[in-house]
Structures are given as structure tokens and as C-alpha cells.
Write a protein that binds this ligand. Structure first.
Ligand code: PAF
Length: 289
């Protein structure tokens, strides 16, 4: 595995690959890698001849008071995992490499609409930060395909929309959530959970499954299902931000006759903000809102 820290070295390797006609995949990450990231890499290696993983904790996608300063950095352990998984190239730039003019006045990419709902409502500017850094990576790696985990379902849709609108020739693939044995979605932020919180954390996935079952039965309104889930999470010690049933395709509010729905949740447990989601494919069209 080659590791590069500068854009110059990155471009040098990419140009060499391109000359051989190689198909290139990228898996953008913020490091502190877990099995979810490795599943993206494994899939990338099947889809492309060469794979790049980036590790960069992107300051502009964190709001004031969020966890940028304490985001876990585990570069040596990450390198070992990536080498073991057969990665070709790790790109681990520092801040100045990706933001040569600093982060205050930097050009931003904003995907309208999708960026201001759900997580975007609670984390203003977050998705603009994500779109901007992902665009910088795409411009320099020029990948044929890029893989993202669907735990960040809204992020996947936003990256897809950005690529579509900016005419970037990159295929975006959302990959299934990888879960711990008790159902908790794997996330670098799970490390913030204290032992007793970690024990309760699987409740978030349980709440999604309970809501999915109710949705399938179509005996309760969407708002009733959402409100009950928020109350259950609050009673279990979570501080839920939203619990929302949306159209899977674009996260707009469901309409009668819809079938493909996504249930999404964001909730704080102690010092960890957890997000999760499940897909629900209704066997009969939605008959009640
Ligand atoms: O999902 C993440 O880890 C980040 O949002 C990403 C896509 C690497 C951009 O910084």
C-alpha cells in the first residue's frame, strides 16, 4: 500500500494509473476505520482496478461546538487495516493541503433543498462542508466510482445530487449499513458512548424496526408512528432530534400511493449524536398519511 500526503504525489500516482487504463474507485473517510469502512473498500476493489481511500477530518463540515477537536484520530491503526484489506493508495492530506486559502473564505458547494432538512436542519452548513470536500477529492482523484455508507443516507443522496448537477462523471454507490451484534450501526462516534450508554444504544435500531413494522401494517398515521418513536427514545434516555418517515428517493414527505420509504433518526445519547435509518418497501401502496 502506498501512502501519500500531498496532492502532487496523489496526482502523480493517479496519472500513472490512468495511463494504463485503470478504473479507479475512491472511498472517502474521516479515519478511525471500522468494519463498515472496510466493507466499502472490499466492494470498491471488486468494482475497480485501483482503489484510493482518503482519510481527512474535514473541519468545515463540523459546526461550532461540535466534535471536530476530539474526533478520534487513529492513523497508524487505520493504515494497518487498510494494508491488510489490500488497499492500493491511502491519501491522508493535512488541512493546508485541502484548504490552501484557509477555511473561512473558501469556495463552498451547496446542494439546495436536501441540505437543509433532517440532519441539515440541526447541523447548518454541515452538508455544504461535505459536498465541498468530496468535490475536492473527486476533482483530484477523478474516480470512476465512489462508495459511501448508507448510515449517512442523506449524505449519499446529497453527493448523488451534486455529481448529477455538476456533471461529474462519477458513479456514486451507497452501501448497506454494517451493524454490531446488537444492531447498533457502526460509527466512529460510538466511541463516545459510556459503557451503560453503549448497552442502551441498540434501542435506536429497535425503534426503527418497530416503526417499520407499524408502517407495514398501515393502521397508524405517519405522524403517530413518528411521535411514539420520539417518546420511546426520550423515555430510554435519548435526546432525539428527529424521527422521520420520508420518501426513499429524495427524502420528501410521503404521499398516498408511495411504496419506497426510508425511516431516519438522529438522537443524542450522552455525548454521542447517533444516526440510523432503515428502508421500508411497502407490499401495498401507502393508503394513510
Ligand atoms: O462520511 C464521512 O466520513 C464524511 O462525511 C466524508 C464523506 C468523508 C466527507 O468528509
Amino acid at each position: 500500500m502506498e501512502t501519500v500526503y500531498s496532492l502532487e504525489a496523489l496526482r502523480h500516482t493517479i496519472v500513472g494509473w490512468r495511463r494504463t487504463g485503470a478504473r479507479i474507485a475512491i472511498v472517502p473517510t474521516m479515519g478511525n476505520l471500522h468494519a463498515g469502512h472496510i466493507s466499502l473498500l472490499e466492494r470498491a476493489r471488486l468494482l475497480a482496478d485501483r482503489t484510493v481511500v482518503s482519510i481527512f477530518v474535514n473541519p468545515i463540515q463540523f459546526g461550532k461546538g461540535e466534535d471536530y477537536a476530539r474526533y478520534p484520530s487513529t492513523l497508524d491503526a487505520d493504515k494497518e487495516k487498510l494494508a491488510e484489506a489490500g488497499l492500493d493508495l491511502l491519501f491522508a492530506p493535512n488541512l493546508g493541503e485541502l484548504y490552501p486559502g484557509g477555511i473561512e473564505e473558501d469556495t463552498r458547494i451547496t446542494v439546495p433543498g436536501l441540505s437543509t432538512i433532517l440532519c441539515g436542519q440541526y447541523r447548518p452548513g454541515h452538508f455544504s462542508g461535505v459536498a465541498t470536500v468530496v468535490a475536492k477529492l473527486f476533482i483530484n482523484v477523478q474516480p470512476d466510482v465512489a462508495l459511501f455508507g448508507e448510515k449517512d443516507y442523506q449524505q449519499v443522496l446529497i453527493v448523488k445530487r451534486m455529481v448529477h448537477d455538476l456533471l461529474m462523471p462519477v458513479e456514486i454507490i451507497g452501501m448497506p449499513i454494517i451493524r454490531e451484534a446488537d444492531g447498533l450501526a457502526m460509527s466512529s462516534r460510538n466511541a463516545y458512548l459510556k459503557p451503560d450508554e453503549r448497552e442502551r444504544a441498540s434501542k435506536i435500531f429497535a425503534s426503527l424496526n418497530a416503526a417499520a413494522t407499524k408502517l407495514g401494517q398501515q393502521t397508524q398515521s405517519l405522524i403517530a408512528i413518528e411521535t411514539a418513536a420520539m417518546a420511546e427514545l426520550a423515555a430510554a434516555g435519548f435526546r432525539p432530534e428527529y424521527f422521520s418517515i420520508r420518501r426513499a428517493a429524495d427524502l420528501t414527505v410521503p404521499q398516498l400511493e408511495d411504496r419506497s420509504l426510508q425511516i431516519l433518526v438522529a438522537a443524542w445519547l450522552g455525548g454521542a449524536r447517533l444516526i440510523d435509518n432503515v428502508r421500508v418497501e411497502l407490499s401495498t401502496p401507502l393508503a394513510m398519511l
